[in-house]
Design a protein around this ligand. Structure first.
Ligand code: AMP
Length: 124
């Protein structure tokens, strides 16, 4: 899938629409999810144009990949969830129901997050 320069997170990175910023560095931006599913629900995104983790894995530099993981850790510390526990999720593609075609990691916490996915255990 080619990158859509007009996706909503691309517009946030370009400053064309606002976000509730939590953290920013040279490679990453983190902001509160507009429709939070938990008391802490932050989206951590690379500033580079990557559709999803597949795209990121193929094209991003080691520096960008390290920076994204470090940003997740920083956001977890800043929001206090590194103490209480948290989940990070990156939805990729159709089966994961990815809505925004710019890689983003959801950092969720400050409540019991329940089971890993919202279905009974998989049986073939
Ligand atoms: P996903 O299903 O993983 O693609 O999740 C996309 C997420 O982006 C959802 O949790 C939305 O609530 C969130 N979202 C969409 N638009 C915005 C926005 N303008 N600012 C912050 N979060 C947004």
């Amino acid at each position: 899938m080619s990158y859509d320069e007009n996706n909503i997170f691309a517009k946030i990175i370009r400053g064309e629409i606002p976000c509730d910023k939590v953290y920013e560095d040279d490679h990453c931006l983190a902001f509160n999810d507009i429709s939070p599913r938990a008391p802490v629900h932050v989206l951590v995104i690379p500033k580079g144009a990557y559709v999803d983790l597949n795209d990121f894995h193929e094209k991003a530099s080691d520096l960008e990949i390290a920076a994204l993981m470090r940003a997740v850790g920083t956001v977890a510390r800043m929001t206090g969830v590194s103490e209480s526990g948290y989940r990070f999720i990156a939805n990729n593609g159709i089966d994961a129901r990815q809505e925004v075609p710019h890689l983003h990691i959801h950092v969720l916490g400050k409540r019991d997050l329940g089971g890993m996915v919202g279905r009974a255990p998989f049986e073939d």
